[in-house]
Design a protein around this ligand. Structure first.
Ligand SMILES: [Zn+2]
Length: 295
């Protein structure tokens, strides 16, 4: 009977055939039979959409120092794309990527749906737009690089948004994004209990195959992925208190703490690098890192 349940097409590959795996947060959850992406039966109605104005508070608009170090490395990796010297961060949140890019000599633009985050960025003198990708109106071929960290899993129309990103990137420009991976070890172990599977906030998690098709359909040329990172604390917590209440805050904190303790010493950093390499080769990491170039 499960194949008779109504659901939208797979947001990644447009596939119509999906396996029902249960319900969460008032949504039915499906796994695409052709690309293995995970998605909700429908996109949220206006009145059940995530409250982005409440999403960022003073506490989560401040950022631990190791994130700045990591961002310098990430933005350093964009150097070979620097021609117009313009970079856009979609969903800039605390604005740390924008500030770091500015320090590294880029001209920065930011886009964000959360009003408090926009207000904070404006107070810092950053060049930002309040609204969605579709509401923005940047010039064609304007940017060298567009970034979107943990955004694609929220979007009701991800492919249309990616088409707009292709339009505003110059030919040979780079889209860099991160998003949770549908084929992660955490989903395999935790299933629907994985805290990242969280409608109406996250309405789809992509597999590599699904993300690749979506990026291709949007018009990108060369596409590369890395999968990295797991949150052992959540897996441990799941098995130690099955059915216990796990909240988002503790998940974010434990991921931060793990990352921080792994960034502190050289030996630990080596362990982390090796772990991430294993997760990349096996494709089992919790997070998918996307590098997509325009033609
Ligand atoms: Zn699919």
């Amino acid at each position: 009977m499960e194949s008779e349940r109504e659901h939208r097409n797979c947001p990644a590959c447009h596939g119509q055939d999906a396996r029902h795996i249960g319900a969460k947060g008032g949504f039915e959850i499906f796994v695409c039979r052709s690309c293995s992406s995970i998605f909700t039966d429908r996109v949220p109605e206006n009145d059940e959409q995530e409250d982005y104005d409440g999403y960022y508070s003073e506490a989560n608009l401040s950022v631990p120092p190791f994130i700045r170090t990591r961002l310098r490395e990430i933005i350093g990796g964009f150097e070979s794309y620097r021609k117009t010297n313009r970079i856009l961060d979609i969903g800039f949140g605390a604005g740390t990527l924008l500030e770091t890019a500015l320090e590294l000599g880029w001209e920065v633009w930011g886009l964000e749906v959360s009003k408090p985050a926009v207000d904070q960025a404006l107070a810092k003198g950053l060049n930002v737009f309040h609204g969605s990708i579709q509401e923005s109106d940047y010039q064609m071929h304007f940017f060298d690089v567009v970034t979107a960290s943990e955004i694609l899993e929220h979007l009701p129309e991800p492919e249309a948004d990616l088409k707009e990103i292709v339009r505003i990137l110059r030919p040979g420009g780079l889209f860099w994004g991160t998003t949770p991976s549908a084929r992660s070890i955490s989903f395999r172990l935790l299933g629907l209990d994985w805290s990242v599977l969280s409608p109406p906030e996250h309405i789809q998690l992509y597999s590599r195959d699904g993300a690749k098709l979506m990026l291709r359909n949007a018009g990108f040329g060369e596409i590369r992925f890395k999968t990295y990172g797991v949150n052992p604390a959540e897996i441990k917590n799941h098995y130690s208190k099955r059915g216990g209440d796990k909240n988002e805050f503790s998940r974010v904190c434990s991921a931060y703490e793990l990352n921080q303790s792994l960034t502190q010493s050289r030996a630990r950093r080596l362990v982390k690098d090796v772990l991430n390499e294993v997760l990349n080769i096996s494709h089992f990491g919790d997070s998918l890192k996307i590098f997509a170039e325009t033609k």
